[in-house]
Design a protein around this ligand. Structure first.
Ligand code: AGP
Length: 606
């Protein structure tokens, strides 16, 4: 989840690279760096800084280095391994400062590779997974950079797009991708290689998308890909390019939901053991075995993930679990025993109410854990341990893919804590196996986006909406209502379906639609009764139901289908159509989707 750029061509000043990097800042913005070959000194110079690109610019201005040179490589970071420090920023280098490299992706077997390289005498200067690539290439380097890269990558498992230069093989860039985007931008006088078209679009619209395992060697006047490929003409504006061609960040981020699931589970599932491996919890594994209760704390969308977690942890891990929002728990004087763990869930890791509750809990001396997206955020620094959701940068104010990352992480945590207790091997295996299928199932739901858009247009003018669900899907009803209020400004309420008859039915008539979450699960029959209560009062119903359920069409006006999965995992799928529905309703109403009025991405005030 980083942005990378490489340049080789007639321009001899690294500024052209910095400008390109600025257009990638939306991809990751916790550190930035540049390395360039200076032909006069026959050295590669490198500057890198934690913080925004402005910090790097400042370092460049203050340095006495000769800024002329070519080729150059640049990186803007969204941390996945290692904190946000100058040392962990890219580019990274080998022991001899010959190989310099930038990387987007994750090296899954880096720990094993690093241990082996250290034994062979390599000295590491960062905590990143990326640095192993530099030392591996160094190990295989005999004067030809592309040969060394090819040999090194045979030992690597993971996803990557990398851009590499070498002092001892100057005048070229070597670049390669595997499951991580990479493209060339070409014109008469230069070649760019980047993770993103937005970096190159002001220089050229001639783009060549690279495929997995294609190695490209760029030289000042030509480039060579191991197989010939035609270029294509793209007609995006620089603005659109940052959104990957989508009209809004919110849509781009919803479309990234399958990838978010993949990133969250990558390298963490242990199918044979019916378990998961969560690196951030290893140091407190024994303490976790002893805990008798869990308190979940979060705000906004993250609070609905926490509510789903409450159901998961009680049903499958057998641990009494209680949820409250950050702004309440700190004032309501909860009874806290020492053998409790408090788990704080936040995309940003900077939400003031959640942090205040975290500090209260710490003062009481209880174990604190974080489920966080942003590495190095306050929440990650102040909790005793935690798990990253690895959802990547979320730019739209409305949280979508980060919510999916939180749900997947809570499901994995449930398996981990459950297997420490009474969860059987069979149950553990079943959950792990179903988790691994989710990315494909999520992709299938996204294919129904055009039908969901039509529904959004049909229902956009109603002034009120109910979202109803039971058990695991009650919090998803809350999230559906939250999202449509936030981006489409339609009044909506997320309700426990069983509570309707105690009050909310009073408002139902033909002008009041309800979205009913009714997958085929243990509460399906109850949901059908609730839907019938609405229909008996002339209410309109859109059902979110499991594929193959034809009967539901008799009870609902419209149906959106989702694939079958385990009941505890249904929220991860059922929320996807609700995110799309909120998005397309806001589009149909012409709202400012990525920046809703009166709201901020990170709520750092109480
Ligand atoms: C979600 O769409 C909202 N923007 C908001 O409710 C958000 O989830 C809440 O402010 C919590 O943010 P956090 O996950 O960064 O802590």
């Amino acid at each position: 989840m980083c942005g990378i750029v490489g340049y080789i061509g007639k321009n001899q000043n690294i500024r052209v690279g910095i400008e390109a990097l600025r257009r990638l800042e939306y991809r990751g913005y916790d550190s930035a760096g540049v390395a360039w070959y200076n032909p006069e000194k026959r050295e590669i110079f490198c500057l890198k800084k934690a913080g925004r690109i402005d910090n790097l610019e400042k370092a460049i201005l203050e340095s006495n280095l000769d800024l002329n040179g070519n080729p150059f490589i640049l990186h803007t970071r969204w941390a996945t391994h290692g904190g946000v420090t100058d040392e962990n920023a890219h580019p990274h280098w080998d022991c001899k400062k010959n190989i310099f490299l930038v990387h987007n992706g994750i090296i899954e077997n880096y720990k094993k590779l690093k241990d082996g390289l250290i034994k062979e005498g390599h000295k590491f200067s960062s905590e990143t997974d990326t640095e192993v690539l530099c030392h591996l290439i160094e190990k295989h380097f005999q004067g030809n950079l592309e040969e060394a890269v090819i040999k090194a990558l045979r030992e690597v498992r993971g996803t990557y797009s990398i851009i590499v230069i070498a002092k001892e093989d100057p005048g070229k860039i070597v670049s390669v991708r595997l499951s991580s985007p990479l493209l060339l931008g070409v014109n008469q006088k230069e070649v760019f290689v980047s993770s993103d078209p937005s970096a190159v679009i002001t220089h050229t619209r001639q783009i060549i998308n690279l495929d997995d395992n294609e190695i490209v060697v760029l030289k000042p006047d030509n480039f060579h890909i191991l197989k010939e490929k035609p270029s294509i003409q793209i007609d995006w504006t620089p603005e659109e390019a940052q959104k990957g061609g989508y009209s809004h960040f919110m849509l781009k981020e919803i479309m990234e939901e399958p990838e978010t699931i993949e990133n969250a589970i990558r390298g963490r599932l242990l199918p044979e053991e019916g378990n998961v491996k969560l690196g951030g919890l290893i140091s407190i594994e024994d303490k976790l075995r002893e805990i008798k209760k869990i308190n979940l704390v979060a705000c906004g969308t993250a609070s609905f993930a926490a509510r789903v977690g409450e159901y998961m942890l009680e049903e499958y891990a057998g641990i009494p679990t209680e949820f409250d929002v950050g702004s309440e728990i700190r004032y309501r004087k909860p009874v806290i025993d020492k053998d409790i763990a408090a788990i704080f869930i936040s995309q940003s890791g900077e939400t003031a109410d959640t942090l205040a509750a975290l500090r209260e809990m710490k003062e009481k001396g209880i174990l604190t854990l974080g489920i966080t997206n942003v590495i190095g955020s306050t929440q990650t620094r102040e909790t005793d341990a935690g798990v990253y959701t690895r959802s990547g940068p979320e730019i739209a104010v409305a949280s979508t893919k980060a919510f999916i990352g939180q749900l997947v992480t809570l499901a994995m945590l449930t398996v981990f804590l459950g297997r420490q207790r009474d969860m059987s091997l069979v149950t553990g295996k079943r959950i792990v196996s179903e988790l691994s299928k989710l990315p494909e199932l999520a992709k299938k739901i996204l294919k129904s986006a055009p039908e969901i858009q039509k529904l959004a247009e049909k229902y956009k003018d109603y002034k009120n909406l109910y979202y109803i669900g039971r058990k695991y899907n009650y919090p998803i009803a809350r999230e559906g209502a939250h999202k449509i209020k936030e981006v489409a400004y339609i009044h909506a309420e997320g309700l426990r379906a069983g509570e309707l008859k105690h009050c909310e039915l009073a408002l139902i008539d033909e002008k009041f639609p309800t979205i009913a979450l009714c997958p085929s699960d243990s509460v399906y029959e109850k949901m059908i009764s609730n839907i019938q209560q609405i229909k008996a009062r002339n209410g309109l119903v859109i059902a979110i139901a499991t594929e193959g359920n034809e009967e539901i069409k008799k009870n609902a006006d419209d149906v959106i289908y989702i694939p079958k999965t385990l009941e505890m995992l249904t929220p991860i799928l059922s929320v996807i159509p609700l995110h799309l529905f909120a998005y397309y309703t806001a589009v149909a109403l012409g709202k400012d989707i990525d920046k809703p009025k009166n709201l901020a991405k990170s709520v750092t005030v109480e």
